[in-house]
Ligand binder design. Sequence first.
Ligand code: KIV
Ligand code: ZN
Length: 511
Amino acid sequence: MSDKLIIFDTTLRDGEQSPGASMTRDEKVRIAKALERMRVDIIEAGFPVASPGDFESVQAVAEAVKDSRVCALARALDKDIDRAGEALRGANAARIHTFIATSPIHMQMKLRMSPDQVVEQAVKAVKRARQYVDDVEFSPEDAGRSEIDFLCRIIEAVINAGARTVNIPDTVGYNLPHQFGSLIRTLRERVPNAGKVVFSVHCHNDLGLAVANSLSAVLNGARQVECTINGLGERAGNAALEEIVMAVHTRQDIFSCKTDIDTTQIVPCSRLVSGITGFAVQPNKAIVGANAFAHESGIHQDGVLKSRETYEIMRAQDVGWTANRMVLGKHSGRNAFRTRLQEIGITLGSDEDVNAAFARFKELADKKHEIYDEDLQALVTDANLAAENERIKLMYLKASSETGEMPAADVTLWIDGEEKKATARGDGPVDAVFRAIELLVASGTQLTLYSVNAITSGTDSQGEVTVRVEKGGRIVNGQGADTDIVIASAKAYINGLNKIIAPEQRAHPQL
Ligand code: KIV
Ligand code: ZN
């Protein structure tokens, strides 16, 4: 008999802690719906006490998602737990995840609390969370560097207080696989009431071992893994969901457990998260990288043609790779457009949203004859961005480059309801456009990343541009897509500026 391995996705919470990966409420709902379609068991939707925006996002996800359990994070503090409980009120199935640090360094330097005080606060937090929901998860933060006797003591106490899941985080990604696996085994053996809870793990990737550590924990009895799409997350990220799921799926000879994940949703979900956050997926990334199923060497190609299994341990279509397929064209109607969006998991709310997106689709179809799923995804992301961030809008853009001449750009923006124009020269047309925009906005931001990706193949492909801008320690990403990469660049820059000028006050869960 094979056990169930619970997949707990924290893309919307820990994933969002990657600098620049912040998402709007609507973007979070779209990702949550994609995770639900993928049959993720638990979606950690955010940290409600962090800001009113975070609270509303958790609330919106709790209301939108029906099939997955929705979880909210809370420090072991009354105010955090109360906010989490309130945010989850509309959920079909809810969980509160509360945590407090247990390593000597965190207790002494960060919390300035004694071990006894930490146990007391953890127990109080679990009991308070149980007043809101039956399903409470407890994490001893930095468990990977905590003392085993103390871990056993606090875990026994929180189980008695009503925790149903005990999550063991390797918060700083310090553990090695054999060591982390044996930690899980020891806890399961030594904590007297361990049999009453599910043991979970939450591994960070600072040494590139998050997936290996999580899988080692599964081999030692963990039955929930916390992970993120594309391995997004604080610093070097969390364990990548797609790698955990496909390792367990592919090596059923080794694992005595199974997930309920619909693996064909993995690639679409990876694309959605990468498009929304602006975090590109490296080409050689396992499962979801563009080269993950590409065979370059002649010997490999020959082998795969004779028998796929010679060099492939998984089938590309099983994880959702499809050949670029022309799905719509210039003559496609509104219904075909809406239906295809639904098929790839995008539901536009109102008729107005559909009309706006359809108008953009027609514009794109005039420039580009064959429209692929990837184009639709970018088009809708782009339409959402434009609708949500209204303080600065692009009205007009002309950029010129000529051999022997310095490139120049004329830009007209709509800023807080006023039309403003500027002309600038730069090292290239994109540089000229950015300079003109900065003349008008005077944002004082620093551009720290600029990248262009072709959404599909061919020279008529849309270019998808990601920029990262920074001001006073705050970092945001901006995205834009267009068949003209100079326009895509302007859209991305404006998107980033719109985000950075929006006021944000947000607490970090681990400070
Ligand atoms: O890394 C960590 O310890 C966390 C906890 C909140 C589980 O993200
Ligand atoms: Zn974490």
